[in-house]
Design a protein around this ligand. Structure first.
Ligand SMILES: Cc1cc2nc3c(=O)[nH]c(=O)nc-3n(C[C@H](O)[C@H](O)[C@H](O)COP(=O)(O)OP(=O)(O)OC[C@H]3O[C@@H](n4cnc5c(N)ncnc54)[C@H](O)[C@@H]3O)c2cc1C
Length: 423
């Protein structure tokens, strides 16, 4: 016997909301997607990210010994991780939990094994999703290069690579000649690499989200330009989502509003410590060099990838309040690093244009997203907090969301993602 379809409001048109709306429609539900901007538009983290789909992205930011580095992060304006002094007091509770979550190897090991469930087969899942939306070209599975100056630098990252090995991530070591044959544009100072052959990337993350939403519309999803503000409950059952343009009666809702999910989660009974780890990108249109594969140079901690817009370098972690303005010096750091990493860029074409962007990684202190029913009602499902891996984890998150709403067995145990862990 099949049950009546529910009407589900999916809040947010980034990668998580787009994938969830489409998956729920494919599971036979009636879906309305609420998004105040363009799905996958510049306001979303899903627009400007590094485009990496990496099975190796299982290492949390918080690792043993991090606390010793915090003063350096406060003092070094050019490092890959900074904290704005003025926001330090407000961010301290989150920072303490962040440091605590990585203080022992056991904790980091557990986080890595949980993240592996989310990103392990992400390139394959995305390839299938993009093909089902009529855009197979959007996802490429050519592998990812993690480049180091030498083997010693790679070994200094040994804990991260050991954890990857323990979790079934495989890679091929490349010596200098193999590396430069594979990626001739790379500066000669990089003489060693780990090549993650199962890795993939997206050729245009913003366009991809818009294409998923277009496909979702074809499959019956209604898209409304609206900002969700609150929920109406009666006896712990959801009755409606209240928006800036009116009330939407529905049986269930999914909170997938990226960094803005914290306020909505609170309305649904859960205080989640969600902060922005903001990041930046620069994109060079018609650059003088072309990368054959995406590269992550270890010293810059940035993702370099060819997109339909040109050569993109994205990275930097800046802890500051969500409403604080951007610090474009961080984009300049990425640009300078690009020029050092690929010397061929220096004699660039005259018509090269550089665009800059910044966005908010929606980050929990323990490095895991929140994918669970809410405390106020089983009808409201959280799907946010994906930090550094949200693009990769979009499709599997949608599968977990669908199982929480339809009662279908989940692909794996979602307990580690419960909002209740922060109570
Ligand atoms: C510089 C940078 C590099 C990154 N690189 C990678 C990478 O290489 N690989 C990877 O996997 N991940 C990467 N990430 C992380 C990834 O981009 C995010 O985790 C992911 O995009 C989060 O998706 P989301 O759908 O949760 O949120 P978002 O993409 O931010 O979307 C949220 C949407 O909700 C909407 N919204 C907000 N409030 C409301 C409301 N009240 N009602 C309705 N809608 C609302 C917003 O307008 C927005 O469109 C990177 C992030 C950054 C910033």
């Amino acid at each position: 016997m099949t049950s009546e379809p529910k009407h589900i409001a999916v809040i947010g048109g980034g990668i998580v909301g787009a994938c969830s709306a489409l998956a729920l429609a494919r599971a036979g539900q009636r879906v309305t997607l609420l998004e105040p901007g363009e799905p996958g538009g510049m306001q979303a983290a899903s627009y400007g990210n590094g485009a990496f789909l990496s099975p190796a992205s299982i290492i949390p930011m918080s690792m043993p010994g991090l606390w010793r580095k915090v003063p350096g992060y406060l003092l070094d304006p050019n490092g890959p991780l900074t904290i704005r002094w003025r926001h330090l007091a407000r961010l301290t509770p989150w920072l303490l939990r962040f440091i605590q979550s990585g203080h022992s190897l056991g904790k980091v090991r557990r986080t890595a094994s949980v993240l592996r469930e989310l990103v392990g087969d992400s390139p394959l899942r995305h390839a299938a999703l993009a093909a089902s939306c009529g855009h197979p070209e959007r996802i490429r599975r050519d592998g990812l290069i993690y480049a180091y100056p030498d083997r010693a630098a790679f070994e200094a990252d040994g804990l991260a690579w050991r954890l990857r090995r323990e979790n079934g991530v495989s890679w091929r070591e490349l010596c200098a000649s193999e590396l430069h044959e594979m990626e001739p544009a790379l500066d000669a100072s990089y003489a060693f690499a780990a090549f993650v052959e199962a890795g993939g990337h997206c050729t245009d993350p913003g366009a991809y989200v818009a294409e998923i939403v277009t496909q979702a519309k074809r499959e019956g999803v209604a898209v409304m330009r609206a900002e969700a503000r609150d929920f109406a409950f009666a006896d712990r059952r959801l009755k409606a989502v209240l928006t800036d343009t009116g009330t939407i009666a529905c049986d269930a809702a999914v909170i997938a509003a990226g960094i803005h999910s914290r306020v909505l989660a609170k309305r649904a009974g859960d205080r989640v410590p969600l902060e922005s780890e903001r990041g930046y990108h620069v994109e060079l249109s018609s650059p003088a060099i072309v990368l054959r594969r995406p590269v992550m140079p270890s010293d810059g901690r940035m993702a370099n990838v060819m997109t339909t817009g040109g050569l993109r370098a994205s990275g930097q972690v800046e802890l500051a309040s969500t409403d604080a303005g951007p610090d474009w010096r961080r984009a300049d750091i990425l640009c300078e690093h690009l020029l050092r990493t690929y010397p061929g860029l220096a004699g660039g074409k005259a018509d090269v244009r550089i665009s800059r962007w910044y966005g908010h990684r929606p980050s929990t202190p323990d490095g895991l997203p929140v994918i669970s029913r809410s405390s106020a009602s089983d009808d409201v499902v959280h799907a946010f907090g994906h930090g550094h891996i949200g693009l990769s984890a979009g499709p599997i998150t949608a599968e977990l969301v669908t199982s929480l709403i339809t009662g279908k067995a989940p692909p794996f145990d979602p307990t580690p993602f419960a909002a209740a862990r922060f109570r």
